[in-house]
Design a protein around this ligand. Structure first.
Ligand code: FES
Length: 189
């Protein structure tokens, strides 16, 4: 040991060597760092939990509401429909085709009786063709090709006091059950 070190050790025996001091201050810094990272984590968790809580509260006050199209609607006057034509004006809004033949008018459902897709009216071929699996229906709604097991359904159709047509989708008529002969399944005009 050098002469100077010997003197220092003799003067201050409780003093730790410089290497020991460095190690302890380093671990103090590490402890402080990990404390702050845990604190940040805690804050983040708190903010996430609070955000989730307020989101739930908002959903409680503004629940999801499904606005379905009306089930009963006025479809104009019989003279608005041309004989021999399938009218598409209510297809998108109400899911109904109006068809007028020589005797009257009926309201056909646009739901394919296979798996529920919406067929298209092909006026040149005079048939409804389903894009999903190829079922075909005549203008009357009778199925004649593809996997659809039964005809399209018809909806209740009556005249209001003011002479307008009312289509009521809450009542359906199925051909295979003999319901198309019901007076409200077909509007004579
Ligand atoms: Fe129309 Fe399958 S859903 S043919």
């Amino acid at each position: 040991m050098a002469e100077t070190d010997k003197k220092t050790a003799t003067k201050d025996p409780g003093r730790r060597p410089p290497a020991a001091l460095d190690h302890s201050s380093e671990s103090a810094i590490v402890t402080r760092r990990s404390f702050f990272s845990w604190l940040s984590f805690g804050w983040l968790a708190f903010i996430a939990a609070t955000g989730g809580f307020f989101t739930m509260m908002l959903r409680f006050f503004f629940p999801n509401v499904l606005f379905e199209p009306e089930q009963t609607f006025r479809a104009g006057f019989p003279d608005d429909y041309v004989k021999g034509e399938v009218d598409l004006r209510w297809k998108d809004k109400f899911g109904v085709w109006m068809v007028r033949n020589d005797e009257g008018i009926y309201a056909l459902s646009t739901v394919c009786t296979h798996l529920g897709c919406t067929p298209n009216w092909l006026s040149n071929e005079r048939k409804f063709k389903c894009p999903c699996h190829g079922s075909g229906f005549q203008a009357s709604g009778i199925n004649f090709e593809g996997p659809a097991p039964r005809p399209l359904e018809r909806y209740r159709i009556v005249l209001a006091d003011d002479g307008q047509i009312i289509v009521d989708k809450t009542r359906k008529f199925q051909q295979e059950k003999g319901q198309w002969s019901d007076p409200e399944a077909f509007l004579k005009v």
